[in-house]
Design a protein around this ligand. Structure first.
Ligand code: FAD
Length: 313
């Protein structure tokens, strides 16, 4: 089978690389950073279908199947987590209601602080440091190779392989010359808080409390256009204060680690073929904004299907 070059080793690049390997291709990853340094390591990362429309729903449903299976495996980094998802307005039943193992609407008398609508549900929760390391190990074990290198443009890779898969996240702004890509800066804190059984996600303020396999992750912020990858202590203080007001068991918890990540913002994710002017074939898979984990496996399955349909040699 011919070699395929995947550019990027965040959750989108690693998932795409693995799905291509499962289809029988030799895969090499070229990436500026190792997987545990990408934006993907900073994520929550809950499976979250609420804001999705169109074909994103199909990608999310396929990812949900995969994550529900992984949640039954020890040490996968994916667990099934009971979550309260709350809103400042009344919300209809979500499209994915029947796909979840447990779902219940929250009644108005269960809400506080001006919040009105919401759900209680069991959804997959990913601990990115564990999950990404596992994907990386599986990729290497299947014969994949990873090369640390910065790519200036896709054109420079013409001649290295018959097909490129562009998974550069916010880096696609330069690599694919796509001005519609922008950063949505996020910052999170991993704590050792104990005894928090139900997670929390407020869609009106982006406050969230995610019990995961590696601790309890709290956040967050979503700042459009901010490229700063340094931790801002004032934001950390605010996150800790706000989340401790919501969940008293966070008071006194130790900080295990802090993260910053640049979500790859775009009106919608770009998943399509392109033939460059120099004849180079590319599948783009970037721009997953705040739902990269939710869409990751479904998008990777589609990348593999597109590659098979191209009959590259
Ligand atoms: C705080 C936070 C919370 C989040 N919570 C959730 C959540 O709960 N659920 C959810 O589904 N999603 C969540 N997300 C979103 C999710 O993390 C992203 O959508 C996802 O990580 C994007 O993955 P990616 O692989 O496209 O990008 P990245 O992880 O940024 O990976 C891009 C890769 O491309 C490489 N690259 C870029 N440019 C170049 C170049 N020029 N040359 C070579 N390599 C290059 C990078 O080195 C990197 O390896 C969250 C994100 C953040 C920041």
């Amino acid at each position: 089978m011919p070699e395929i070059l995947v550019i990027g080793s965040g959750v989108i690049g690693l998932s795409s690389a693995l799905c291509l390997q499962l289809s029988g291709y030799d895969v090499r990853i070229i990436t500026r950073e190792l997987p545990l340094r990408a934006t993907s390591v900073a994520a929550g990362a809950v499976w979250s279908g609420s804001d999705l429309e169109g074909r994103s729903r199909c990608w999310a449903a396929n990812t949900l199947d995969r994550f529900l299976a992984l949640a039954k495996e020890a040490n996968s980094g994916v667990t099934l987590q009971r979550m309260r998802e709350v809103y400042a307005e009344d919300v209809p039943d979500p499209w994915y209601r029947e796909l979840l193992p447990f779902f219940q609407r929250l009644s108005k008398h269960e809400m506080r602080g001006g919040l009105i609508g919401g759900y209680l549900m069991d959804v997959p929760m990913v601990a990115p440091p564990i999950y990404l390391e596992r994907l990386h190990d599986q990729f290497l074990a299947a014969g994949g190779r990873l090369e640390l290198r910065t790519v200036e443009s896709l054109e420079e890779l013409a001649g290295e392989a018959p097909l490129l898969v562009n998974c550069t996240g916010v880096g696609a702004r330069e690599v694919a010359k796509d001005d519609s890509v922008y950063p949505l800066r996020g910052q999170t804190i991993l704590t050792d808080a104990q005894g928090i059984r139900v997670g929390y996600m407020d869609n009106s303020s982006v406050d969230h409390i995610f019990p995961r396999a590696d601790g309890v992750l709290i956040g967050g912020v979503k700042v459009k256009g901010d490229w700063n990858r340094e931790i801002d202590p004032a934001i950390s203080d605010r996150i800790m204060r706000r989340c401790s007001n919501i969940e008293k068991r966070l008071a006194g918890a130790n900080v295990l680690r802090e993260f910053v990540g640049l979500r790859p913002g775009r009106d919608e994710a770009r998943l399509e073929n392109e033939q460059l002017a120099n004849g180079c074939n590319v599948i783009h898979n970037y721009g997953h904004a705040a739902v990269g984990y939710t869409l990751s496996w479904g998008c990777a399955m589609e990348v593999a299907a597109l590659a098979r349909a191209m009959e590259i040699s």
